[in-house]
Write a protein that binds this ligand. Structure first.
Ligand SMILES: Cc1cc2nc3c(=O)[nH]c(=O)nc-3n(C[C@H](O)[C@H](O)[C@H](O)COP(=O)(O)OP(=O)(O)OC[C@H]3O[C@@H](n4cnc5c(N)ncnc54)[C@H](O)[C@@H]3O)c2cc1C
Length: 474
């Protein structure tokens, strides 16, 4: 449960929006509103935005713009390092207290400590509470106090931690100050990119999902009609069966408390869905306890896996990122990422596995491209989703269980509903022609030949994995 700190000050207070771009189910905003008139602040930190691709930046900007509209334009957007901007705005407004929902990534925690110190040096306070999770990362622990290492046990305990009732949007007396446009987020984005991204498409995804709290509630309402079938349909990318709530959860247009309350109930579909939300919380918990796992393999042995980094590997990486591998399900997924800034979970697993195990590229390159491009790009879920697929993470799929991109397509998209939607070269094939097609017929239909021999690359991946086993052996 969030702690409420009651204030009674006559000066305005500041509410610093970060990963909670919403009004409802926002306990920290409720506390600020109880304390006095509120200046709504969003700070665009150029250092955070520089390594973010235009699609994700545009989505955040649209989420900030939607929030601003919902409070009659009175959201103050400022550019700069929050360590100086937040104290400056507090001084300008004569605000003694700055309220915020706690953020929990390693970087955010360090930033908040520095902002709190800067404020306190001027006799002001940063008051943080709540978090972007149903159970704050670090609070779900074993009886011994140790963190959980596998999902199943985490989930059982996590179920007992959640359950708070989402508070309604508070009445707020908003105070205006000068600021810049939310579009400044996009102007400052995409300035720092890895060299292996050179020549990759970077225009904002033309079909990115709508942004903002209202759009999030609309997506939730649409999903509630389908949630009871979720356990049976969620793995079929051709169906619109999953919630598509990830972008809203990521920017905090929706809090998971709201989603859990709406999907409460005993059906198998609801239970499976809540487990998926549990994975989001589990990965945030793992990252909380092991911040280095954002960029280092959780299983140290896997740091020694031989990966390719030469010019040929860069070329393979770019073919993958463009969706030009000749494997229809992989190409469809990577093109969905280009057009929508989002990708179905099953296909994220298949595309990630293909990059790591068939193209022998470092999982961090793929994770960077996903983070650059995904509207839900999230350090905890993305890095650990990649580590799971690469066989290096917590609860990882064993490395030797290698997804065949062809068999995954036959199993989860047998009639090509998904593939034909995203790969125009194959769109003219009928369902039955697609279901009967093999490599030769696909090539005759105008599609590219597979870029690698999947069987040979699978054997190569297993040989590389075997090398890691001998690391440290006597
Ligand atoms: C390689 C890889 C990278 C990923 N990168 C991200 C990322 O950057 N951001 C992100 O939010 N998710 C990521 N995921 C997890 C998952 O693919 C997405 O959360 C999901 O596809 C979002 O679609 P949805 O909202 O329709 O999900 P639903 O199936 O409706 O699930 C509901 C919610 O549960 C959470 N969730 C579902 N599956 C997972 C999972 N495997 N891990 C963690 N949370 C999950 C999400 O918040 C999601 O919105 C990644 C998975 C993989 C395999």
């Amino acid at each position: 449960m969030p702690t409420f700190i009651e204030e009674s000050v006559s000066n305005p207070v500041i509410f610093w929006f970060r990963r909670d771009l919403r009004l409802a189910d926002n306990p920290a905003l409720c506390a600020a509103a109880r304390a006095g008139a509120v200046i709504a602040l969003f700070v665009v930190d150029p250092d955070i935005v520089a390594p973010v691709g235009l699609t994700r930046a545009a989505y955040v900007a649209a989420s900030v713009a939607a929030l601003r509209e919902s409070i009659g334009g009175r959201l103050v957007v400022r550019i700069g390092d929050p360590r100086s901007v937040v104290p400056e705005v507090a001084r300008e407004a004569g605000a003694e207290c700055v309220y915020a929902s706690a953020d929990v990534t390693p970087r955010s925690r360090a930033r908040d400590r520095a902002v709190a110190e800067a404020l306190s040096a001027a006799g002001r306070r940063l008051i943080t509470m709540d978090s972007p999770y149903a159970a704050e990362p670090g609070t779900v622990r074993q009886a011994s106090g140790a963190p959980y290492r596998v999902f199943g046990a985490f989930r059982r305990s996590w179920e007992t931690h959640r359950g708070a009732v989402p508070p309604a949007a508070p009445e707020v007396d908003w105070v205006e100050l000068d600021g810049v446009e939310p579009s400044s987020i996009v102007q400052l984005a995409a300035r720092r990119r890895p060299v292996y991204f050179t020549d990759l498409p970077d225009e904002p995804a033309p079909e990115a999902p709508p942004a903002g709290e209202r759009a999030g509630h609309t997506a939730l309402d649409r999903f509630l009609v389908r949630v009871d079938d979720y356990h049976e349909t969620r793995d079929q990318p051709g169906l619109d069966a999953t919630s598509r709530l990830s972008p809203y959860l990521h920017v905090g247009a929706l809090h998971p408390r709201t989603v859990l309350a709406a999907t409460d109930g005993p059906t198998a579909g609801r239970d499976t869905f809540r487990a998926e939300l549990g994975w989001r919380e589990f990965y945030a918990d793992v990252l909380f306890h092991q911040p280095e796992s954002a960029w280092r393999a959780l299983q140290p042995r896997m740091e020694t896996l031989r990966v390719d980094r030469d010019g040929a590997a860069v070329a393979r990486f770019r073919s993958w990122a463009r969706g030009e591998t000749g494997f229809p399900l992989v190409d469809a997924g990577m093109r969905q990422l280009l057009t929508e800034g989002w990708m179905h979970n099953r296909v994220r697993m298949v595309t990630a596995s293909f990059l790591v195990k068939h193209l022998h590229v470092d999982w961090r390159w793929g994770a960077s491209w996903f983070l650059w491009r995904l509207v839900d790009g999230d350090v905890a879920s993305n890095q650990h989703g990649w580590q799971w697929t690469a066989g290096s993470g917590t609860d990882a799929a064993p490395f030797h269980r290698i997804f065949s991109p062809t068999r995954q397509a036959e199993r989860f998209d047998p009639r090509g509903i998904y593939v034909r939607r995203y790969v125009p070269e194959l769109a003219a094939l009928s369902e039955s022609d697609f279901a009967r097609a093999n490599v030769e017929t696909l090539v005759r239909a105008g599609y590219r030949a597979p870029m690698v021999d999947a069987g040979a690359e699978r054997r190569d991946a297993l040989a590389r994995f075997a090398e890691t086993r001998s690391v440290g052996a006597p």
